[in-house]
Design a protein around this ligand. Structure first.
Ligand code: HEM
Length: 387
């Protein structure tokens, strides 16, 4: 079902908002219940159910994605400054320039793997430049990050080889970024790694593990997800040529279209929560310690929340309409820190496609990576005709 899980989600939703999942968990299938859980701080993200991070032999350095206040507040606050809407909008020009250059090459070639040609390099370069990773190391970062992203899946789904590959990738990551942190401490630059090192020196009390954990989540969450957003968006426009024509006629639909792509084909399919308390959601009461797997991508297609939920409509989120919010960036305490950056990159891509591309054709059915949490294609072979 990896290339199309939505039929299975529909069957699960029909069974009710909570469906028994693996290892005594419950799958949360519908929008209302998923939203209620994500918004409620009594549901913790700190205690991962054992099934997700079982007995693997490598500790992912703690990142605030898996912490609770006050640690979460302290660490998120340190990076939060780099992600204000103002700072991010200052990155638009760079995103436009990069997208323009990549599109020049794509249109000159005609037929490409769009993931390799655009969806990977754009977010990778943006996040690497934000952090201050030297250009010659960007590919190395991509390899490590891909290995770690697969490791975000529940351990029970990973083969011994995949677990070993994750261990190797995490060690390589710690070594590479450990070294970069030392270099920035010795020679500060205008980048986010230097800012974090300086915050630490100024008394923020950031341990080395916390610093590396923060960098890890920024690289992996900031890059693997956006790759899929771009890939999924291009695929949706190819499969719905009338929507691509609409975008070309009304390029101002690029921004609402970003949210529709996020809703229609979410880059992150699920997350988990553990009850800290006795909590009632809808008609069900959970006991402390109960774990749920929130199917964000299923909630986004819930017909109880979205009229015509399976329809791809780039104007669904246009100004004046008041659709339910999609859950693709999560909600509540852990709401995606990088959402403004991801939105910016995708809207730049959509505007560039609208203004420069005449038509897009799929050359073959795209294969999917085995990843479950961060779901996406492994290749997207397309032909693009210039306008
Ligand atoms: C389309 C792109 C993206 C998607 C779909 C996405 C999705 C998500 C989701 C679903 C969560 C919440 C997980 C949970 O509550 O369990 C999250 C959190 C997070 N995301 Fe994103 N993300 C994207 C891009 C980015 C980017 C570009 C960055 C940074 C450069 C980023 C950094 C983070 C961080 C740091 C968190 C943890 C926030 C916290 O725990 O307070 N993400 N993201």
């Amino acid at each position: 079902m990896r290339h199309n899980p939505y039929g299975s989600y529909e069957i699960l939703r029909a069974d009710g908002p909570f469906v028994p999942g693996p290892h005594d968990t419950h799958l949360v299938t519908r929008h209302r219940e998923a939203q209620a859980i994500m918004q409620d701080a009594r549901w913790s993200h700190a205690e991962e159910p054992e099934l997700l991070h079982g007995d693997s032999d490598v500790e992912l350095p703690g990142s605030f994605l898996w912490m609770e206040p006050p640690e979460h507040t302290r660490l998120r606050g340190l990076v939060g400054k780099a992600f204000t809407a103002r700072t991010i909008s200052g990155m638009r020009e760079r995103a436009e320039q990069l997208t323009g250059d990549l599109l020049d090459k794509i249109l000159a070639q005609g037929e490409v793997d769009l993931l390799d040609a655009l969806a990977y390099p754009l977010p990778l370069t943006m996040v690497c430049e934000l952090l201050g990773v030297p250009e010659e190391a960007h590919e190395h970062v991509r390899t490590m990050s891909t290995g770690i992203a697969r490791g975000l899946d529940p351990d029970v789904l990973l083969s011994p080889d995949e677990l070993a590959a994750r261990t190797t990738a995490v060690h390589a990551f710690l070594e590479f970024f450990g070294d970069l942190v030392d270099r920035r401490r010795a020679e500060p630059r205008a980048d986010l790694i230097t800012a974090l090192v300086q915050a630490d020196d100024a008394g923020a009390g950031l341990t080395r593990t916390e610093l590396l954990g923060t960098l890890l989540i920024l690289v992996v969450a900031g890059h693997e997800t956006t790759v899929n957003l771009i890939g999924n968006g291009v695929l949706a426009l190819i499969r719905h040529p009338e929507e691509f024509q609409r975008l070309r006629s009304f390029p101002e639909l690029a921004e609402p279209a970003v949210d529709e792509v996020l809703r229609y084909d979410a880059p992150v399919h699920l997350t988990t929560r553990t009850a800290h308390d006795e909590i009632t959601v809808g008609e069900r009461t959970f006991a402390p310690g109960d774990a749920v797997i929130v199917l964000l991508a299923s909630a986004n297609r819930d017909p109880l929340a979205f009229p015509d939920a399976d329809r791809f409509d780039i104007a669904r989120y246009a100004r004046g309409s008041r659709p339910e919010r999609h859950l693709s960036f999560g909600l509540g305490l852990h709401y995606c820190l990088g959402a403004p950056l991801a939105r910016l990159e995708m809207s730049v891509v959509l505007r560039a496609l609208a203004s420069r591309v005449e038509s897009m054709t799929l050359l073959e059915e795209p294969p999917y990576r085995p990843n479950v949490v961060v779901r996406g294609m492994s290749q997207l072979r397309v032909r693009m005709e210039p306008r």
